[in-house]
Design a protein around this ligand. Structure first.
Ligand SMILES: Cc1cc2nc3c(=O)[nH]c(=O)nc-3n(C[C@H](O)[C@H](O)[C@H](O)COP(=O)(O)O)c2cc1C
Length: 352
C-alpha cells in the first residue's frame, strides 16, 4: 500500500487534515528512506536482528540491523537472512571503532545495502568515502551543532540527533534541547531524524513541526512480538517506569565512562563498586592507567547479551530509554507503528 493510503487510513476523529499534514511533514524522510513512514527503528545490539528489522520494514518503517561486535561473516549472514524476510528497504548500523570497519562496509556493499548508519563517534579516514563510493546513503549521528555541520561537510546524507533520554550509550544533552540547537540551522540543508524519549505520536508530530523529517525509535520497539529479546527482558520493560531508566555514573575523573542508560538493577550498583575497586588499584600502583581504563571498558562487554538473550536481568544490562514507561504490552510492530501514526495524525488534525 502507498504511504498516502496507509497514512490516510490512520485518520481518526480529526479527518483528512492531520493525515495530509503528516504525509507532507514526513515527505523528505519517506523519500530519503524509501518507506511509507519516516520512522526508523534504531539499531539495538542483540535486539535489532533479522526478525525485528524485517518486521519494522514490512510495517512501513525503516528497520536497521545492529552490527555491534559482529564480525563480517556474521553480518553477511544477518543481511542475507533479513533480505529473505522483507523486500522493503532496511539499513545497517556500524560502530566506527570496530576493528574491521572496512570489511563490514564491503559486506554492506556486496548486499547493496542502501543506507549505512555510522554510530560511535567520528568515522576514521576513508570510511565515509568507502560507504558512498558503493552507492549507499550515509546516516550519521550529530551530538552538537558543530559536529552536525562537520558531518554535512564530510558527506553525510542525513543526520540523527539523539538526546540523553534514549536507551543505550548516551550524550549529556536532552532531545528537546538538541532539537532546538540543531534543527533551525541545518534542517533546510539535510534530512534530520530526531531520537531519544519518543514514546507517542504527539512527540513525533512536534519534532516534525520543528523541522525534523522523521524520527528514530528504540525502546518502544523492544517488546514487539517479533523482537527476540528474552521474555524476562520484555517483562522488565513492561513493569518499568521512566524513572527506572537511569544513566551509569562515573565515579573517578581519571576513569572515563561513556554513560549507558539502563534499568536500575544489581549490575548498575556493582558498576560503581567496580570503579572504586579499580581506582584503589590505580592509587596503590597495582595497575597502570591503561589497564585501569580497559578494565572499566570491558566491564559492560557481554552484559547486554546476558540480559537480552539469556534473560538475566539482574546481572546483565537492561538498556532502556526513559520512554520505557510507555511500553505497556507485547504487541506486533505493525500495531505499535499504527498507534504512533494515529496519535501523530490526531495531534496534527487538532491544530486546526
Ligand atoms: C537495548 C538497546 C540497545 C541499543 N544498542 C545500540 C547500538 O548498538 N548502536 C546504536 O547506534 N544505538 C543503540 N541503541 C540506541 C537506539 O538505536 C536508538 O537510537 C534509541 O533507542 C532511541 O531512543 P529511545 O530508546 O528513547 O527510543 C540502543 C538502544 C537500546 C534501548
Amino acid at each position: 500500500m502507498s504511504g498516502e493510503g496507509m497514512i490516510s487510513e490512520a485518520r481518526g476523529v480529526h479527518g483528512d487534515a492531520g493525515a495530509g499534514r503528516l504525509k507532507q511533514l514526513m515527505q523528505r524522510g519517506t523519500d530519503f528512506l524509501g518507506t511509507e513512514y519516516a520512522i526508523m527503528g534504531g539499531a539495538m545490539s542483540w535486539v535489532s536482528e533479522r526478525n525485528l528489522v524485517s518486521a519494522i520494514s514490512n510495517a512501513g518503517g525503516f528497520g536497521v540491523i545492529a552490527c555491534g561486535a559482529m564480525n563480517p561473516e556474521l553480518l553477511d549472514a544477518e543481511i542475507a537472512a533479513t533480505k529473505t524476510r522483507t523486500a522493503k528497504p532496511f539499513g545497517v548500523n556500524l560502530i566506527t571503532m570496530h576493528p574491521q570497519l572496512s570489511e563490514l562496509i564491503d559486506v554492506c556493499a556486496k548486499h547493496q545495502v542502501t543506507h549505512v548508519v555510522l554510530a560511535g563517534g567520528l568515522p576514521p579516514g576513508g570510511a565515509i568515502e568507502r560507504i558512498k563510493s558503493n552507492g549507499a546513503k550515509l546516516v550519521a549521528f550529530a551530538p552538537a551543532l558543530a559536529l552536525a555541520k562537520k558531518m554535512i561537510r564530510s558527506g553525510a546524507d542525513a543526520l540523527v540527533i539523539e538526546g540523553m533520554e534514549a536507551g543505550g550509550h548516551i550524550g549529556p544533552v536532552s532531545t528537546s534541547v538538541l532539537a532546538q540547537e540543531i534543527l533551525p540551522h541545518v534542517a533546510a540543508d539535510i534530512p534530520v531524524f530526531v531520537a531519544g524519549g519518543i514514546g507517542r505520536g504527539e512527540a513525533i508530530a512536534a519534532y516534525l513541526e520543528m523541522g525534523a523529517v522523521g524520527v528514530q525509535i528504540g525502546t518502544r520497539l523492544v517488546c514487539a512480538t517479533e523482537s527476540i529479546a528474552h521474555a524476562n527482558f520484555k517483562k522488565a520493560f513492561i513493569r518499568a517506569s521512566a524513572r527506572d531508566a537511569i544513566p551509569s555514573v562515573q565515579i573517578d575523573p581519571r576513569l572515563p565512562v561513556i554513560p549507558v542508560r539502563a534499568l536500575k538493577n544489581r549490575e548498575m550498583e556493582n558498576f560503581s563498586a567496580k570503579q572504586v575497586e579499580v581506582a584503589a588499584k590505580l592509587d596503590s600502583g597495582e595497575i597502570e592507567m591503561g589497564e585501569a581504563q580497559l578494565q572499566i571498558e570491558h566491564y559492560w562487554a557481554g552484559a547486554l547479551r546476558r540480559a537480552v538473550i539469556d534473560g538475566d536481568v539482574e546481572s546483565g544490562s537492561v538498556m532502556a530509554g526513559q520512554s520505557v514507561g510507555m511500553v505497556k504490552r507485547e504487541e506486533p510492530v505493525a500495531a505499535i507503528i499504527a498507534e504512533l501514526v494515529e496519535e501523530a495524525v490526531a495531534a496534527l488534525g487538532a491544530r486546526g
